[in-house]
Write a protein that binds this ligand. Structure first.
Ligand SMILES: [Zn+2]
Ligand SMILES: [Zn+2]
Length: 360
């Protein structure tokens, strides 16, 4: 009788793997499955907690035309990221591992998009100060790192060795650098940040629904997203200043890794965009239990593909393709018309929501 079972693919093991994660690649979705000890019961017995790890189907690939999309990943590499990600569970990884595996998995899932050379990723780490490591296209990343696991290890290495001032967390400086890169993208040139120059930033025209007022307007949203996460609190003296809040439509997504009453949760939530489709929902994601691993990976994917804003957008992306097609009608002119189908979605995944979900 197996003593350990993968939470993702149910592969049985007599011994735990060295790192506690499933080695059943490529069948088992990378970065999601870890081994859970089976206590007394046969491995086939239904474990009530397994439902939380139902695998999300791969959404339809996102296509870029001849224009450039950008995702800025602003990743917290502070020392506390070396602590266990979910200390009250049997999840074996630390927070570095959690984010590096899922960032790699999210980016890697875009490798087959059309125009993968036009989807840019700006990889940044931050502690007391931020540092841009590089700007590469998804195609260059795939060519340079070869496979998802190697890319994940690379991200971990960068977080652990390149983070400036890892004892502190300065959200202001991180947001400032992200905003500078974003502004350069809007102007069509990233050469001062080591990226390409003379390109056309991609812009989508979208209907924005007013928050509960029934109002709608058309806005142009650049095909760029910034994803910032932390596991801690802004711990320098100035208050948090968020330059993205001054944009007509913020493209800033935020996440907090830790308990929902953790210090810093509110700061991260406050800086997140208000979704143009799902207002007043915000683009904030709380990663407080292993059941949110799929959410985290989906968040990295969504941000990397510059394709959504909030947990409801993510749910639609992770829904089966035909559901997504029903939920969103693409008009011939590329206008996205939001409908209300997402309210009827029933997905086994824990619903990624803001902080009012009754502890998942
Ligand atoms: Zn597995
Ligand atoms: Zn949304």
């Amino acid at each position: 009788m197996a003593k350990f079972v993968c939470t993702q693919c149910n592969k049985e093991y007599d011994q735990p793997t060295p790192d506690g994660f499933c080695t059943n690649q490529p069948d088992c979705e990378y970065g999601s499955g870890w081994l859970k000890e089976v206590k007394g019961a046969p491995a086939s017995a239904t474990d009530a907690t397994d439902e939380a790890t139902a695998s999300a189907p791969e959404p339809e690939p996102i296509g870029f035309e001849n224009e450039i999309g950008l995702c800025i990943l602003m990743m917290d590499g502070s020392l506390s990221m070396g602590d266990l990600a979910f200390p009250t569970t049997d999840y074996p990884g630390d927070k570095f591992q959690l984010v590096s595996m899922n960032a790699a998995g999210g980016v890697w899932s875009l490798k087959n998009i059309t125009q993968a050379d036009n989807a840019l990723i700006a990889l940044c780490v931050f502690g007391g100060a931020p540092k841009l490591e590089w700007i590469k296209s998804v195609k260059e990343i795939v060519d340079d790192y070869g496979d998802e696991a190697a890319f994940g290890e690379y991200i971990r290495l960068i977080l652990e060795t390149k983070t400036p001032e890892p004892r502190t967390t300065n959200l202001n400086e991180a947001l400032k650098l992200a905003h500078e890169i974003y502004q350069a993208y809007l102007k069509g040139g990233l050469s001062e940040h080591g990226g390409i120059k003379d390109f056309k930033p991609l812009v989508h025209k979208t209907v924005r629904v007013g928050g509960g007022q029934g109002e709608e307007d058309f806005i142009s949203i650049p095909n760029a997203r910034i994803l910032i996460y932390t596991d801690g609190e802004h711990n320098v003296t100035q208050a948090v200043h968020n330059p993205f809040a001054e944009e007509e439509q913020s493209v800033l997504l935020s996440a907090f890794i830790g308990e929902e009453d953790g210090k810093g949760v509110k700061q991260m939530q406050k800086m997140a965009n208000i979704c143009p489709k799902h207002a007043p929902a915000q683009g904030f994601f709380l990663i407080h239990s292993p059941e949110r691993i799929q959410t985290l990976k989906g968040l990295f994917r969504m941000a990397s593909g510059a394709s959504g804003f909030c947990p409801s957008c993510l749910l639609m992306e992770q829904a089966p393709a035909e559901e997504a097609a029903k939920a969103e009608t693409l008009e011939p002119d590329g206008t996205t018309v939001p409908e209300t189908v997402e309210e009827q979605e029933t997905i086994d995944d824990p619903q990624p929501q803001m902080n009012t979900d009754g502890h998942g």
